[in-house]
Design a protein around this ligand. Structure first.
Ligand code: FMN
Length: 166
């Protein structure tokens, strides 16, 4: 059963968490490229503006996820919401493998009250999927490790319940 982590990361923090999770779940990573936020200062400003106006950038996902049995998707928090590239991906979910879980990194507070609203309905049976929320300070700490272990256990139990062949 081949699953995939799909991540957008502008400055590397969420990508590092994706690598950690991929190692634990034994799966590959696909990266989202929105082609708009790479420049240091302009990219940051554009990201904030796009997030506030709920813009959905065109994205490319490499390698493509079609054929994977399940996805776990990850993103930084922008203006208290999922980043715009992940919002674009979520909008495409009808054409994607099932999304089993969501992970986010943020600069400040650990819990982002808007995220559950954004991911409501995208999990198994239309539920809110398991969600791992870390800050730039909690990844690599004992508290972060506990949250990651609990998230991975939830994912593994969902993966075990997927019948062979989908
Ligand atoms: C445009 C923009 C908006 C952000 N808004 C928030 C926010 O509302 N709350 C927060 O805690 N962190 C915010 N951050 C910080 C990022 O969520 C944090 O640094 C994250 O770990 C970056 O992940 P990345 O390195 O994978 O891009 C924001 C960052 C950017 C670029």
């Amino acid at each position: 059963m081949a699953g995939r982590i799909v991540v957008y990361s502008r400055s590397g923090t969420t990508a590092r968490l994706a690598e950690d999770l991929a190692g634990r779940l034994g799966c590959e990573i696909s990266r989202i490229d929105p082609g708009r936020y790479g420049w240091p200062v302009l990219g940051y400003m554009r990201a904030g503006r796009d997030s506030l106006r709920e813009y959905r950038p065109a994205i490319t996902v490499t390698p493509p996820v079609q054929g994977a049995d399940w996805l776990v998707i990850g993103s930084p928090i922008w203006t208290s919401y999922l980043s715009t590239p992940l919002r674009s991906l979520v909008d495409q979910r009808a054409d994607l493998p099932p999304i089993l879980g969501v992970f986010t990194t943020s600069g400040g507070v650990d819990e982002q009250k808007n995220v559950p609203l954004q991911i409501d309905g995208i999990g198994a049976a239309g539920a809110i999927p398991p969600w791992l929320s870390l800050t730039t300070k909690t990844h690599g700490t004992e508290a972060g490790e506990d949250k990651i272990a609990a998230f991975v256990a939830q994912l593994q139990s969902q993966i075990a319940s997927i019948p062979p062949g989908g």
